[in-house]
Design a protein around this ligand. Structure first.
Ligand SMILES: CC(=O)SCCNC(=O)CCNC(=O)[C@H](O)C(C)(C)COP(=O)(O)OP(=O)(O)OC[C@H]1O[C@@H](n2cnc3c(N)ncnc32)[C@H](O)[C@@H]1OP(=O)(O)O
Ligand SMILES: N[C@@H](CCO)C(=O)O
Length: 490
């Protein structure tokens, strides 16, 4: 299949309809989230994928902004025919609360004072970021996200989503991440923060009307950037090569390419990021700890999603052991979890670069969809023995064409379709028993949706009840929603 760039995209703004109560008890008014969407939401609203960005990412995950030549930060993964296929899925990505790319953060205007918040911005957490995102998802009327995907700080949001809103997440993909920030991660963040706080231009966070603490922010990024690479990738990229010279200079200027590179990364970062946002977001990351209550197993107990946890072999900032901890906690809670460690020299930033390996893993995980992933579980059914009139009324009121018939114990005993009702009227049949199909074709929740689709096609039926091992009805699946997911929604 041809993989394409989505083309021109635009960032939009969502205004939260009410104030946001934060984990620390404070309240934020007039909160807005910048977001982008790609692809189309299907009528059942079952094909939405939420992408969560890392520490310094933003809502612009794919495609091009008008006039730009550089695509969004995960364009390798998102687009028509790509792993996160926008011909099939409706993709949402929003800038985190506390950010500086259109979402409410320290550089936003404080409605109380009419001035930028600066250091008056409240301390937020990952749970607050996710709470604000949930408002955006609600705004689209989406009741269940087909998947939530993210790497690094995006991965911690994925985990937070899965434990805070378990009924909203079908599949969760967390890459190069952790369920709790380690002392080493906190340590690096603290050094980076001190770099900003020590810049006199930081001025207690009040610098928006003057010049920004770019020196401190660049230094913070340089420290961070070292941790995103690996020893091997630095050898490969630079070795001991000198920057545009043959000999050492024997002074304090750049000698090595790696020095020049780090300075460049630090400088370019200051053009796109706000120092106060860096302080607040790193602090939110430090606070992140799903094991805080009692244990990680306890902290992840509420999750229900199917998980894909991916670690990177050379990631020393979010090392694979942290991913394995997540896997152990999920497994202890008897959740469906797949763990993969990709072989890569890129270090932590591999989640932004390894399109081949990640594409393969994520693509397989997303496409292996089972009936329970997409079935409707707001089932309407009727009890055996009720009249045809009552049956017709329920179908009419609920606007449904297939009505499962159940016993006192909720066991499936038949199915009535609108066609059966017409038949009953034509044949002047009085009881349900005479018209309903008793030999009902069903599927199990763990069957592939392809199997369910074939069953419907071969038997020329348009919906199948989903039953458990005791033949109790747990959902219903229609051919339309399946076909949209298999064939894509255009
Ligand atoms: C979700 C998110 O994380 S979104 C934010 C992602 N992060 C960023 O975009 C900024 C941080 N950058 C990175 O993290 C990494 O650069 C990545 C992962 C995005 C890309 O990695 P790579 O493709 O390996 O690029 P690399 O690290 O080599 O950087 C290339 C840049 O360094 C510059 N560079 C390379 N060598 C040198 C050198 N010796 N001296 C000065 N500059 C140099 C290149 O000119 C290039 O500049 P450009 O980005 O303006 O085009
Ligand atoms: N390059 C990533 C690293 C943090 O995960 C970022 O800047 O967000």
């Amino acid at each position: 299949m041809k993989k394409e760039n989505i083309g021109i995209v635009e960032t939009q703004v969502f205004n939260l309809p009410h104030e946001l109560e934060l984990e620390n008890g404070e309240k934020l008014r007039d909160v807005q989230l910048a977001y982008e969407t790609y692809g189309k939401l299907n009528p059942e609203k079952s094909n939405a994928i939420l992408i969560c960005h890392a520490l310094t990412g933003d809502a612009h995950a794919a495609g091009l902004h008008k006039g730009d030549s550089k695509s969004g930060w995960w364009d390798i993964m998102i687009g028509p025919g790509k792993t996160i296929d926008t011909d099939r899925y409706f993709v949402i990505c929003s800038n985190v609360l506390g950010g500086c790319k259109g979402s409410t953060g320290p550089s936003s205007i404080n409605p109380e004072t009419g001035k930028q918040y600066g250091a008056d911005f409240p301390f937020i957490t990952v749970a607050d970021m996710v709470k604000a995102q949930k408002e955006l998802v609600d705004h689209f009327g989406i009741q269940k996200l087909f998947a939530v995907i993210g790497g690094s700080m995006g991965g911690v949001q994925v985990l937070q989503w899965s434990v805070t809103y378990p009924d909203y997440v079908t599949k969760a993909i967390a890459i190069a991440t952790t369920a709790r920030s380690s002392p080493q991660q906190i340590a690096f963040n603290e050094v980076a923060r001190i770099a900003i706080l020590s810049d006199p231009k930081w001025n207690n966070g009040d610098y928006y009307s003057g010049s920004a603490p770019t020196h401190g922010l660049a230094l913070a990024r340089m420290i961070g950037h070292i941790t995103y690479l690996s020893d091997a990738s630095m050898h490969q990229k630079f070795g001991r090569k000198l920057q545009n010279k043959e000999q050492y200079d024997y002074n304090l200027g750049f000698d090595f390419e790696v020095e020049s590179y780090l300075h460049y990364q630090g400088q370019s970062f200051t053009k796109r990021f706000d120092a106060n946002s860096y302080l607040y977001i790193t602090k939110a990351l430090d606070y992140f700890d799903l094991s805080r209550k009692e244990s990680l197993i306890e902290g992840m107990k509420t999750a229900k999603a199917k998980f894909l946890i991916v670690a990177v072999s050379s990631d020393w900032l979010y090392p694979p052991y942290q991913s394995r901890e997540i896997v152990s906690a999920l497994s202890a809670n008897e959740l469906d979890v797949t763990y993969r460690e990709i072989e890569s020299n890129y270090g932590h930033d591999a989640f932004l670069l390894e399109s081949g390996q990640l594409g393969y893993l994520i693509g397989n995980f997303l496409s292996h969809t089972i009936v329970s992933d997409v079935m409707r579980n707001d089932i309407v059914s009727i009890r055996q023995g009720i009249s045809i009139e009552e049956t017709a009324r329920v179908m009419f009121e609920k606007g449904i064409t297939h009505l499962p018939v159940v016993t006192e114990n909720d066991e499936l005993t038949g199915i009535v379709t609108s066609w059966d009702i017409s038949k009953a009227v034509a044949l002047k049949c009085k009881t349900l028993d005479g018209i309903m199909t008793k030999d009902v074709l069903t599927v199990k929740g763990n069957e592939d949706i392809e199997t369910a689709a074939k069953k419907m096609e071969q038997n020329n039926i348009s919906a199948l009840p989903v039953v458990d091992d005791d033949n109790k009805i747990i959902g219903i699946i229609g051919s339309e929603e399946i076909n949209r997911l298999i064939g894509g929604y255009r």
